[in-house]
Design a protein around this ligand. Structure first.
Ligand SMILES: Nc1ncnc2c1ncn2[C@@H]1O[C@H](COP(=O)(O)OP(=O)(O)O)[C@@H](O)[C@H]1O
Ligand SMILES: [Mg+2]
Length: 308
């Protein structure tokens, strides 16, 4: 199997708020450092990626965030409209029904169309001969919607290919579907936290991705892992100090013990994850900095470099 960064497309998914955008950015930075011309593509997001690099809004045109690292934002609704308008231009139906009525009809009648055109745009970014004529990239990383929606997006081309059966839409959807399922071109990476819900969702996602698409998760990245500061024995001794010592030290003691408990809970969830997923699991540390910006993303990229 080709190393992760040698694929053409990496799909980063996971439950909302787990650090998908941050991990996608760190991965992008790592790829760019290794000389891969890389684009990170946000889907339906508030352009968090640009903010992370201190750059104002990215928009739907590719922007360079760091040397060799580009960003682009795809809005599914907008992509769908563009696509429909393009299809309608050459359609005689448009003349019969009138543009806007047909437009409404098609939008309602085609579930999953916005997913299809969104993944279509992402697919285009990953091609060496881009039909839209934009910059050519070695690697596209998509900061995909959360697990449920991410799965719907990955499934859309296959569904369209089989429903449409013939014609240009079916052919195009079939090409995208094959690309997504081919492990030499596409890898799916799930970001999670070492907490009950994200761990359960990750286990479930891996199973569904295999059942519904025949695709294996390449790797799970558990983000925000707390350091283990105390041994069990040390924690016990700290606990026995509670109520004693100087009043000033008490809040610090309590905070240290709370963090210790949280780290313990995380280890348990990490263990559960490792027992239930097939994919290798890597961890990224929780960063205690007041803000996560370019410098912190650089640090996470260093960690990924060691752990991938
Ligand atoms: N390793 C980390 N340590 C500390 N904070 C983090 C870490 N990774 C992400 N964050 C913070 O967690 C929040 C959610 O991260 P984000 O990447 O936007 O998640 P998502 O894209 O999954 O919604 C952000 O405020 C981000 O700065
Ligand atoms: Mg995000």
């Amino acid at each position: 199997m080709a190393p992760l960064l040698d694929r053409r497309l990496i799909v980063v998914t996971g439950k909302g708020g787990v650090g998908k955008t941050t991990v996608a950015a760190a991965l992008g930075l790592l790829a760019a450092r290794r000389g891969h011309r890389t684009v990170v593509c946000e889907v339906a997001e508030q352009e968090r990626l640009a903010a992370l690099f201190g750059v104002a809004g990215v928009g739907h045109l590719e922007r360079e965030l760091a040397p060799g690292l580009h960003a682009v934002s795809v809005q599914p609704e907008r992509a769908k409209e563009e696509w429909l308008r393009h299809q309608l231009k050459s359609s005689t139906l448009a003349g019969v029904l009138g543009g806007s009525r047909l437009f409404q009809y098609l939008t309602a009648a085609a579930p999953g169309l916005s997913e299809l055109v969104t993944i279509g745009k992402v697919w285009d970014l990953a091609q060496l001969d881009r039909r839209t004529g934009g910059t050519v990239f070695d690697l596209a990383i998509v900061d995909a919607p959360s697990t449920g929606h991410g799965l719907a997006m990955l499934r859309a081309p296959g569904t369209y290919a089989s429903v449409a059966r013939v014609g240009p839409v079916s052919r195009q959807a079939g090409i995208i579907d094959s690309f997504l399922r081919d492990p030499s071109s596409t890898a799916v990476l799930v970001v999670a936290l070492a907490e009950e819900m994200p761990v359960s969702e990750t286990i479930d996602f891996e199973r569904r991705l295999a059942d519904e698409l025949g695709v294996a998760v390449e790797r799970v990245v558990v983000n925000g892992v707390y350091p283990r500061r105390f041994t069990g024995e040390e924690a016990e001794r700290l606990r026995s100090l509670d109520g004693r010592g100087s009043p000033a030290a008490r809040p610090a003691l309590r905070a240290a013990l709370a963090e210790h408990e949280r780290a313990r809970g995380q280890r348990a969830q990490l263990g559960r994850l490792r027992r239930h997923v097939q994919a290798p699991v890597s961890t990224l540390p929780y960063l205690f900095d007041p803000e996560i910006g370019r410098q912190q993303v650089e640090r996470l990229a260093n960690e990924l470099e060691r752990r991938l």
